[in-house]
Design a protein. Sequence first.
Length: 342
Amino acid sequence: MVENIQRVAQEIEAAQLTSAAELEQFRIAYIGRKGAIAALFDDLKSVAPEQRRQVGQELNQLKNRAQTRFDEAQEQLANANTGSEAENAFDFTLPPIPNTLGTRHPLSLVRAEIVRIFERIGFNVADGPEIEDDWHNFTALNFPENHPAREMQDTFFLSEDRDKLLRTHTSNVQVRLMENNQPPLRSIMPGRVYRNEAISARAHMVFQQVEGLYVNKGVSFKDLKETLYYFAKEMFGQDTKIRFRPSFFPFTEPSAEIDISCLICKGEGCNICKQSGWVEIGGAGMVDPNVLSNCGIDPEVYSGFAFGMGIERITMLRYQIRDLRLFTENDVRFLRQFKGVI
Ligand code: DAH
């Protein structure tokens, strides 16, 4: 009997109690009603009466020791599990999720590149307000009152008298520049413009333009052509061709629309260039003498050229993007493709 008690005591000390299953096994084997200790208590009857007291005490100690071991192990196990279930399920050996870097938006990339290209030939960058008055957006630019040319640009007006509006083009910055500075002036003016148009693959109500202005003595149409030819080659590649189509803008005379040879079909005709081999990137012309004098510059002394191009359009051609709406949807699958582009 004494030997049995010793054996069970050793087993209790040696038992490994690190999981709930081991703990339960231990409880059944030693503490439970059918366990080893209960069996030893049953055997107490067979012990000689004079030893019974002594053996009974030892058995009680054994029982207490088993209970203590069980309680301690149970507490330890509970402490190890104090986190939420999700925390306990977390595998700390997993490799980390990479910290993904953001990318610059394609429109920002192209705008920065346009600025770099023009800075190389001496243009600086000017800025102006997006909330504008009638004078700077229309009247100073030679749009006569009630002239249908105003209807060409679906304006968002901000006041009943139509004097406050969201600028419909970046040409307002030309006016502000000429009003506040005397020539020579050589600036580009990138910025957001607004038009009340239905959103589609080719049009948006908010988009970006870049305006260019060069005013000096003796500026000619040849300077305009050379400048835009240089730009097109730098932006789209040395093989790019450029052509000027006669057009009308109230603020330039003569006026032209600027096309570049289609980069997608190399001029052979495709659905992007509508089979013509050419795509329009903006308008240009010689600054109308009326505009110069409206802004306090003497047209007898100075002449100038101006141009305005759509940044979305240039970006679409540069990266062969077929739907303008991708620029504002912020789908990371689209944006990620511009990773690492400087
Ligand atoms: N402001 C014109 C537009 O938004 C673009 C433009 C055409 C700007 C000719 C110019 C220019 O400076 O000379 O449609």
